[in-house]
Write a protein that binds this ligand. Structure first.
Ligand SMILES: Nc1ncnc2c1ncn2[C@@H]1O[C@H](COP(=O)(O)OP(=O)(O)OP(=O)(O)O)[C@@H](O)[C@H]1O
Ligand SMILES: [Mg+2]
Length: 275
């Protein structure tokens, strides 16, 4: 899914933020990137998101050479192939929860009815349907982050990126978001998450790497993927039985990833809509 080859990033001639990094992330993995402040974690995420260009090396995501894309193609790439979640949510405070979640579909010119049924399904699955007409300012941090995750997943991106998704949350909300992300990965969502939260990394990641001075200094596999690859890791307890996948309106994805997010959160996060 992600192939990073010999990537360096140098900002204004100083010590490189990334130093010859080579890294693969397979479909179905949840890779957590740990490491001290300034070690290059956000830089790595930004290169994968196409928000910045490497000084050397190549970044390929889902078959696309992200580092070679021009602006218009980059915008399309970000719309269709990745979803991003940030530490401070980055929601638009003068839009309702529902309109925040609908925004990526509007940018992708998804038909209105199709977008609305997708949004409704996501809000329901993430336990925030009761807040659809509220403004983000009225929600708790954990609820806001759920809205941000719903927005990130709106266009069914093959890859979810998160930079410190629990960094601004209290312990209970962080546990909530941790459970949500773990469940999404159990349902097959590939993700790359940068975090200082070792509880999150241990619970959610199939693999962790530690960056130090822009290089990989170590790695662990808290929840290894089965060798077949691509499938959901075992043992999360969040997968509903086969055949129970709720239908997301049968909306085909425009980029060849039909319904890749199963959202089978029967036991994980589904029962919270009324909170
Ligand atoms: N836009 C920029 N211009 C100049 N230097 C930058 C820029 N962005 C990052 N850097 C530098 O690159 C290095 C890596 O930064 P990065 O933000 O990737 O670290 P990080 O691991 O995400 O740290 P943190 O845990 O504090 O978020 C740092 O030395 C930082 O100062
Ligand atoms: Mg950072």
């Amino acid at each position: 899914m992600i192939e990073i080859r010999g990537v360096s990033k140098v900002y204004d001639g100083s010590r490189p933020a990334l130093d010859g990094l080579t890294l693969d992330v397979r479909a179905g993995e949840a890779l957590a990137v740990l490491g001290p402040s300034g070690s290059g974690k956000s830089t790595l995420l930004n290169l994968v998101a196409g928000l910045d260009k490497p000084s050397a090396g190549s970044v390929t995501v889902d078959g696309v050479r992200v580092d070679e894309l021009a602006e218009a193609a980059l915008a399309r790439y970000r719309r269709a192939r990745i979803g991003m979640v940030f530490q401070f949510f980055n929601l638009l405070d003068d839009l309702t929860v529902l309109d925040n979640v609908l925004l990526p579909a509007q940018l992708a010119r998804t038909a209105r009815g199709e977008a609305r049924s997708r949004a409704a399904e996501l809000l329901e699955r993430l336990g925030i349907a009761g807040h659809a007409r509220a403004f983000p300012g009225r929600l708790s941090g954990g609820e806001r982050q759920r809205v941000a995750v719903a927005r990130a997943l709106m266009n069914r991106p093959p890859l979810l990126l998160a930079d410190e998704p629990t960094g601004a949350l209290d312990t209970a909300s962080a546990a909530d978001v941790q459970e949500l992300l773990t469940g999404l990965n159990a349902d097959g969502q590939t993700m790359l998450l940068v975090t200082h939260d070792t509880a999150l990394a241990t619970a959610c990641a199939t693999r962790t790497i530690e960056l130090v001075d822009g290089r990989i200094a170590g790695s662990t596999t808290p929840r290894g993927l089965d060798p077949g690859g691509g499938g959901a890791p075992a043992g999360t307890g969040l997968q509903a039985p086969e055949g129970s996948r709720p239908e997301l309106g049968g909306v085909p994805s425009r980029d060849g990833h039909p319904g890749s997010q199963g959202f089978r959160h029967g036991s994980g996060t589904g029962g919270r809509a009324g909170r």
